[in-house]
Design a protein around this ligand. Structure first.
Ligand SMILES: *Cc1c(COP(=O)(O)O)cnc(C)c1O
Length: 251
């Protein structure tokens, strides 16, 4: 865990360096979020940064926490479980929030509901039902988003735009689950500007969804390291940022 000398006299120079590095990166990201909000006439408080920690070590996540990040995203239950436990131990005084953002198999639904505050990436009604049952067993409400595969890419999960509204209607009938919005991972395009139509489309679908599911269905989880500014201009409320915060991932 990286801690500044004032708070912890035992912090090593490596830890202090790492904390400085993360503060600088986070400052840059916040500045760009704020500029994108300004360009689109939105308050900065509209946009929540999710630090994506897949493949990232507990030490580096600790440095991000030290820099002020509190909300994290993981896309594998097995990888997340030990990290979440370890970070709860090394920083018991900060309350961290974990969101699930990857493909979730139905048989891991219960574990996911134990570990995560919110699931961004629900891609079938069957999965939503499993999550709803798990939430009932664990006596909690579960906010979820539906993932939409806008370009119909075979390599990605997510509902087709055509099947979305039917699923929204079904999910709206679940008892423990609150549909709070939509999520997408659009195609990777070199020029982030070319991704804009996908973000715009997700927002239109979100408006349709909220006309069915109600006013609580307002979130748009869209935008990653290379295109989050465009996503914010198109209405993103959660941006999921990995490499811009943690550096490039070892595969
Ligand atoms: C890895 C990942 C991200 C973060 O990607 P970067 O390009 O590193 O910012 C965001 N969303 C999902 C679903 C991911 O799997």
């Amino acid at each position: 865990m990286t801690i500044t000398p004032a708070q912890h006299p035992g912090a090593t120079s490596h830890e202090i360096e790492l904390a400085d590095e993360f503060r600088a990166r986070l400052d840059r990201i916040h500045a760009r979020i704020s500029d994108a909000c300004q360009r689109s006439g939105r308050p900065t408080s509209d946009v929540k940064l999710v630090g994506v920690t897949k493949t990232v070590s507990v030490e580096r996540i600790g440095a991000a926490i030290e820099a002020g990040v509190r909300l994290f995203g993981e896309n594998r239950v097995q990888e997340a479980a030990p990290k979440i436990a370890e970070l709860a131990k090394v920083s018991p005084d900060v309350s961290l929030r974990w969101h699930f953002i990857g493909h979730l198999q139905s048989n891991k639904a219960r574990r996911a509901v134990e570990l995560f505050e919110t699931i961004h990436s629900v891609d079938s009604f069957k999965l939503a039902e499993r999550l709803d049952r798990a939430a009932a067993e664990l006596n909690r409400r579960l906010p979820i988003m539906l993932e939409v595969n806008l370009a119909g890419e075979a390599s990605k999960s997510g509902l087709s735009p055509e099947s979305l509204i039917q699923t929204v209607t079904q999910v709206a009938g679940l008892l423990q689950t609150d549909l709070i919005g939509l999520m997408t991972v659009p195609p990777y395009l070199e020029n982030a500007e070319d991704v804009r139509p996908y973000f715009r489309r997700l927002k239109q679908l979100r408006d349709e969804a909220s006309s069915i599911a109600g006013d609580a269905c307002l979130e748009l989880s869209m935008g990653m390291s290379h295109d989050y500014e465009v996503a914010i201009e198109e209405g993103a409320t959660f941006v999921r940022i990995g490499t811009a915060l943690f550096g490039s991932r070892q595969q």
